[in-house]
Write a protein that binds this ligand. Structure first.
Ligand SMILES: [Zn+2]
Length: 727
């Protein structure tokens, strides 16, 4: 729908090879270049007054003790820490004749480390404003935008000559002078929508429209803008990468980019462009469980495949007040990092300012890194053995969710995520643009948590998946919209769900329930209702799609028509009320199984954490999957689990999230849990040599019953890794 991109200044930059597709990255041959080598990263960010005022040897000693294998150091952009010749490239006032960046990168390379230069593209000084007023970001009212935090700076336009010309010159100069291994640019994608003269003209040239003044994704100009902005940023990415590689073929441009459904740049393209990627999620704030860090790893991996993904964490507080110069509690840092490691994020600590004010974090990170280095072989994962995939969809968030994407799209996904963690089901995340057989073959079950916007082609891929023996669990408005977020006459997946859309979506509903139906043939509850033995009914979601069932299917849950929730005297179900629609449809389709829940059970669960809904979501996945799990862990507590193979071993990670501060950090202390019974399926053709616990540091007794290991992990403080060595 978007044709004729011909912006004259930059068309050449569109041409350029991509670095390797996701599917290729699953090939068992080593990736070219340095990208897969470093396991532990460090970033110390020079503050403007660091030149001459910090102790480089202090940091070099720390890096050595921690077995750091790669560093990222501030080079330039907003503030240059080397003697730049690029006009208007602002030098630190403390730099004098020094080369602070150059000296430290040299010392790091002498220690054998990979060195990535960091540049920052989002802010410039008054002299730039005076000479190139058109480089500055302009808001919707036509005003140039000052930096909200530091009034000496102006915000820059990401899509015009500031990035395409000035920052290109900076990247080229850094690479020419230092031949570093890569350049990582922070805040390179703009600080919000820009209405500068370049953005106006470039957008009009390709769309014949003015820049949108609305955020409604169904507005034609807004929709076009969303596509155009991404094209422009990917063009910039390719431009910087090609200029860098022209100077140093062994280096790359690495954008600070990526994420889940709410992230703005298409992750499929990001996965094709990036040789490695850094998940910049420095800690938790607000309502956020610790598994959010593992989720970052899963979201990136969905399009990065086997390429190395690094998780940036900060010892500073990740809060809206940005106390980046203070430190988090020891155990909060440990928890966040452990959950990332369990989901294959390689750790990267970031420290703002090289003069240490509060050093309490340093021994904590040192311990983590030393353990990581000692167990590196078992952390160099080749693949996840998870059989369940939780789909995420940027197009659903962008075009269906719009400004409500967090509530309508992310919350259902978070609800399902929480339910899977509670159920201790190992799972990965799956990008909705990668539903081809190569990318989903490893999964038995795909979960679609209100993946509302799906194209005909995507629905066909899901039908083929089920036809071939895959299973689906879907909720609420899944497939009721096309890929542009436009409501359709019926579900794209109606034939799998066994229901038609009955023309309305109800909600928010108060006091809505699902009654439990016994199977008429057996007189028993269906497996979907496992552990509901004494229940007669459970709560419904707060919203539901009206549906008309057809064809073969079972309906273990039925909606009870709503009745008043007040006054108290009127809170009773009406006997003469008609029986409502099915609250769940479970069916066999092809060789696979399908569970469709018309209610927004997953979203409501994220809001309420209701125990029945946790069971219902768990049961739906277990029934659909219908096979022994690759990893099962029985015991008390909340554990985030994952299961991996490496070259000559396999591991099961068990991260203990049990804590009164689980849903809102920071935790005060780690609270150990009692013994866990672990069952682990050994991949076919592998023979077990020994089993160890990598945190306890002990070998452990186990039994092997026809390829299934049984063992007991006596206690877990924060994190345990069961490592199985193959003969
Ligand atoms: Zn602009």
């Amino acid at each position: 729908m978007f044709l004729g991109y011909t912006a004259a200044t930059t068309a050449a930059a569109l041409i350029g090879p991509t670095i390797g597709s996701w599917a290729e990255s699953f090939v068992d041959t080593p990736q070219a270049g340095w990208y897969d080598k470093p396991m532990r990263w460090a970033q110390i960010g020079f503050a403007e007054d660091d030149p001459g005022n910090y102790d480089p040897q202090f940091w070099l000693d720390y890096f050595k003790r921690l077995h750091v294998e790669a560093v990222t150091l501030n080079a330039g952009g907003a503030v240059a820490f080397y003697p730049t010749q690029v006009p208007f490239h602002y030098r630190s006032k403390w730099l004098g004749n020094m080369d602070t960046f150059g000296d430290l990168q040299k010392s790091c390379r002498a220690l054998g480390m990979v060195v990535v230069a960091r540049t920052d593209a989002h802010a410039c000084h008054q002299d730039v404003y005076d000479a190139h007023p058109d480089w500055i970001m302009v808001d919707a009212n036509g005003n140039k935008v000052r930096h909200p935090s530091d009034k000496d700076f102006w915000l820059t336009c990401a899509l015009g000559p500031y990035n395409f010309e000035f920052m290109t010159a900076v990247q080229e100069e850094v690479m020419t002078k230092y031949m570093v291994d890569g350049i990582f640019t922070n805040r390179w994608a703009g600080s919000g929508m820009c209405y500068c003269e370049h953005c106006q003209k470039n957008f009009r040239d390709v769309s014949s429209m003015d820049l949108p003044r609305t955020r409604n994704p169904q507005d034609p100009a807004r929709r076009q803008y969303i596509v155009w902005r991404q094209q422009r940023l990917f063009e910039l990415w390719r431009l910087w990468n090609s200029r860098i590689q022209h100077i140093n073929p062994n280096a790359s441009y690495i954008a600070n980019a990526g994420g889940g459904a709410l992230s703005e740049l298409d992750m499929k393209t990001v996965g094709e462009l990036a040789p490695t990627l850094f998940a910049d999620r420095q800690g938790r704030s607000g309502l956020m469980p610790p598994w959010a860090n593992g989720k970052n790893g899963k979201e990136y991996r969905a399009t990065m495949g086997r390429k190395a993904i690094v998780g940036i964490f900060s010892m500073g507080l990740e809060d809206k007040y940005r106390w980046k110069d203070s430190v988090q509690s020891d155990d909060e840092i440990r928890l966040w990092v452990a959950d990332g490691i369990a989901h294959d994020l390689r750790p990267w600590f970031t420290k703002f300012d090289c003069k240490v004010i509060d050093s309490r974090w340093m021994p904590v990170v040192e311990d983590l890194y030393k353990w990581h280095a000692a167990n590196s072989t078992y952390l160099r994962n080749e693949r996840s053995l998870a059989r369940v995939g939780l789909v995420y969809s940027q197009q659903t968030a962008t075009y269906y969710g719009g400004d409500d994407a967090r509530a309508k799209v992310e919350d259902p996904s978070l609800g399902f995520y929480q339910a899977l963690v509670e159920a201790r089901i190992p799972f990965e995340m799956v990008h909705d643009q990668l539903l081809d057989p190569d990318h989903i073959r490893q999964f038995r079950t795909l979960i679609l948590p209100n993946i509302a916007a799906l194209s005909t082609a995507q629905c066909k891929q899901l039908e083929d998946f089920v036809e071939g023996g895959g299973s689906l669990v879907a909720t609420y408005e899944t497939s009721l919209y096309n890929e542009w977020g436009v409501r359709q006459q019926n579900f794209g997946l109606a034939s799998l769900f066994g229901v038609n859309y009955a023309g309305k979506v109800e909600g928010p509903m108060l006091n809505s329930y699902l009654s439990l139906n016994k199977d008429p043939s057996s007189g028993q509850y269906h497996a979907l209702l496992k552990d509901f033995d004494n229940a007669v009914r459970i709560i419904n979601g707060a919203n539901q799609v009206a549906v008309t069932p057809f064809g073969e299917g079972l309906y273990p849950l039925q909606v009870v028509d709503t009745y008043p929730d007040l006054p108290m005297e009127e809170v009773f179900p009406r006997k003469d009320a008609p029986r409502g629609q099915p609250g769940a449809i479970v069916r066999q389709a092809g060789k696979g199984r399908v569970v469709y829940l018309p209610g927004d059970i997953d979203r409501t669960f994220w809001e309420t954490l209701n125990f029945d809904q946790a069971r219902l979501l768990r049961n739906a996945v277990l029934w659909a999957t219908d096979e022994p799990a690759p990893l099962s862990v029985v015991g008390k507590g909340v554990l985030d689990v994952s299961v991996w193979t490496q070259k000559n071993s396999m591991t099961a990670h068990l991260v203990n999230l049990t804590n009164p501060m689980m849903m809102k950090g920071p935790i005060r202390e780690i609270i150990p849990i009692t013994a866990q019974q672990v069952k682990l399926q050994i991949p076919a053709g592998r023979r077990v040599k020994q089993v160890q616990l990598l945190v306890a540091g002990t070998k452990i007794h186990y039994t092997n019953e026809e390829g299934v290991l049984h063992l007991e992990v006596p206690s877990i403080a924060l994190h345990e890794v069961v490592a199985v060595d193959f003969a």
